[in-house]
Design a protein around this ligand. Structure first.
Ligand code: DGT
Ligand code: CA
Ligand code: CA
Ligand code: ZN
Length: 577
């Protein structure tokens, strides 16, 4: 059993306790399960290995006491937890689906279940449409509307997985396959290789010597829920997290052509096939052919070259101008993860982060960074323990103190200041001027009409202390749509005022999205790629931000956190004298 599966069981137990509110100690127990879930999600080793190792103790893991350790052992050994099953038996299973909806937590699910007998998303939708929800305590016509929107978003998203889930799953499965007999190479293709923000299914390509035994070995992978097809050169499985994986076994002679074909996109492939046809050739997953003769196929580079093209990075393969650019030798030299020198959005225990300034700085140093900006929340974001003016000043002192203790990395004192409903900021200017760099973001009243949101953002940008606009559209992947507003106008204002737009690289957000990044690039705007880390491990989300920037055609020079520290500071808007 994988860590994420164990974490998911604890997450469900917490939710069930909160929905039922039967257990006399439900609040206490739910909090313990939540803590354990978070701890397990960020634990770097497989719990199963720790549990089976006689020299290790699960109770050494933060948030895991004797009781939870016993439950982990039980899960690892039997695949089930008795306590979890008992809780599940008390309510219809489908009630938990409601929690997938943005704005529905355990309290609301409990309310809908107890007052209206709602047990499924479609029953909830019917109740919202017939205006039965607004009668309930704490609900209104507006909250009914929000629930209908959330249901629509979920329906649209169904069947797709976030990039990070797909990536982690692909890496785990690839590691397993690489260890199997005869395998020399495993490469993820499809939308994952192109770095799309969501992935429909995984496409893994495998090559090697004598792969005859591979299908049988492959289906022994622990996380498989169902084998959908098992042939000589293709195996399709469904994993326990619902993700489908197509694994294809290929001969080395055509590996490049196959990699190109299965990387896609389909639109890119179609355009390349036409190009081959115009030259009297045929391009398929087996190679580039002149009549029956293969003229290229072993590597992607040789296929592109024969077609008169530079090799095109997978992130650009959407038939959105990359083929023309490759023909003209004008492909952008895309930004790379190695170019990144620092991270300009992260939270600490001062607000809702899980680590201290020193711990965040130490983790950033391990990544080779030269600087970080600490950006705790301001007071309006009460759910994230935002800081009032006094605590913000204390936090600046704390950051300055950490600066003296941690060598070889610049630690800048910043804030993620809330943009209030009317566009004013959540701190007065005399507090704003104390920070090295101020980031401003919207976290409330996200459903304002478009004109109001546009005016709100423009007002915020005009505040001379705002240097960066955080997660500009507010969307959350597979959960929440972007705010309605005139992004074009906001981008133009940012350009004129010298405000940098953030590409929030947290895989829940990726905001700006790839299309918007491209729009920013076409306008000549620079961006900063930040992780919005709430834990040292989250600094690694940078890879997803970089992939998205690459999908938006961004080069190193367009991304300010590839600059050395002095140049970065000089590239920000000048502060008032
Ligand atoms: P996904 O899985 O929905 O996130 O997106 P992809 O791009 O991974 O699509 P998928 O898994 O259906 O197919 C993988 C690749 O195989 C795709 O990117 C291009 C190639 N491919 C699939 N079907 C076709 C097709 O009908 N024509 C062409 N030319 N290529 C195809
Ligand atoms: Ca796919
Ligand atoms: Ca596929
Ligand atoms: Zn934020």
């Amino acid at each position: 059993m994988e860590n994420r599966e164990i974490a998911a069981v604890f997450g469900e137990m917490s939710n069930l306790l909160k929905i039922l509110q039967e257990d006399p100690k439900w609040q206490f127990k739910a909090a313990a399960y939540d803590r354990a879930k978070r701890s397990i999600e960020s634990f770097p080793e497989r719990l199963e290995d720790v549990a089976r190792d006689p020299h290790r103790r699960l109770t050494d893991i933060p948030g895991i006491g004797a009781d939870l350790a016993a439950k982990i052992k039980e899960l690892v050994e039997t695949g089930k937890s008795q306590a979890h099953q008992e809780l599940l038996a008390k309510v219809p299973r489908s009630l938990l689906d409601l929690l997938e909806l943005q704005s529905v937590g355990p309290q609301k699910a409990r309310l809908f279940y107890h007052r209206l007998g709602i047990t499924t998303i479609s029953e909830l939708e019917a109740a919202a449409r017939s205006h039965r929800l607004r009668e309930l305590p704490g609900m209104s016509a507006k909250s009914e509307e929000n629930i209908l929107k959330a249901i629509a978003t979920l329906k649209r998203a169904s069947g797709r997985f976030r990039l990070d889930t797909a990536m982690e799953t692909a890496e785990e499965l690839s590691r397993y396959i690489r260890g199997l007999k005869g395998v020399t190479e495993v490469t993820p293709a499809g939308s994952l290789r192109r770095g799309r923000e969501t992935v429909g299914d995984l496409d893994l390509l495998v090559t090697g010597r004598d792969l005859a035994g591979l299908p049988d070995d492959l289906v022994r992978f622990g996380g498989i829920a169902d084998v959908l097809a098992k042939g000589e050169d293709k195996v399709s499985v469904k994993l326990s997290n619902g993700l489908q994986v197509d694994v294809r076994m290929l001969p080395p002679e055509s590996y490049g052509a196959a990699l190109m074909y299965f990387t896609g996109s389909k639109e890119h492939n179609v355009a390349l096939r036409d190009r081959a046809k115009r030259r009297g050739w045929k391009l398929s997953e087996y190679g580039l052919f002149e009549g029956d003769k293969v003229i290229a196929g072993r590597t992607e580079e040789e296929v592109y070259e024969r077609l008169g093209l530079e090799w095109i990075p997978p992130e650009l393969r959407e038939n959105l101008g990359e083929i023309e650019a490759a023909e003209a030798g004008r492909l952008p030299k895309l930004v790379e993860l190695d170019d990144i020198r620092g991270d300009l959005q992260m939270h600490t225990t001062a607000s809702d982060g899980k680590a201290s300034v020193e711990e965040m700085a130490a983790a950033a140093k391990k990544l080779g960074y030269q600087y970080i900006l600490i950006t705790d929340h301001s007071k309006a974001v009460t759910i994230a323990n935002g800081l009032d003016e006094k605590r913000a000043r204390e936090n600046i002192h704390r950051i300055h103190a950490a600066r003296k203790r941690v060598k070889d990395i610049k630690i800048w004192a910043g804030a993620e200041v809330d943009i209030l409903g009317d566009g004013r900021l959540d701190y007065p200017d005399d507090v704003l001027k104390e920070f090295d760099i101020v980031l401003a973001s919207v976290h409330s009243r996200m459903t304002q009409p478009g004109e109001e949101m546009t005016a709100r953002l423009l007002t915020a940008l005009r505040n001379p202390y705002v240097r960066i606009l955080g997660h500009p559209t507010g969307r959350q992947i597979l959960r929440r749509d972007p705010f309605l507003f005139d992004l074009d106008a906001v981008m133009n204002a940012a350009k004129q005022l010298g405000v940098i737009l953030e590409l929030n690289g947290n895989p829940e957000r990726l905001d700006l999205c790839d299309r918007h990044v491209k729009l920013a690039r076409d306008k000549g705007l620079k961006i900063v790629i930040s992780t919005d880390a709430h834990h040292p491990d989250h600094l690694r989300f940078m890879r997803y931000g970089v992939m998205t920037a690459r999908r938006g055609w961004m080069e190193k020079k367009d991304v300010i956190n590839t600059y050395p520290p002095e140049k970065l500071l000089a590239s920000l808007r000048k502060l008032p004298a």
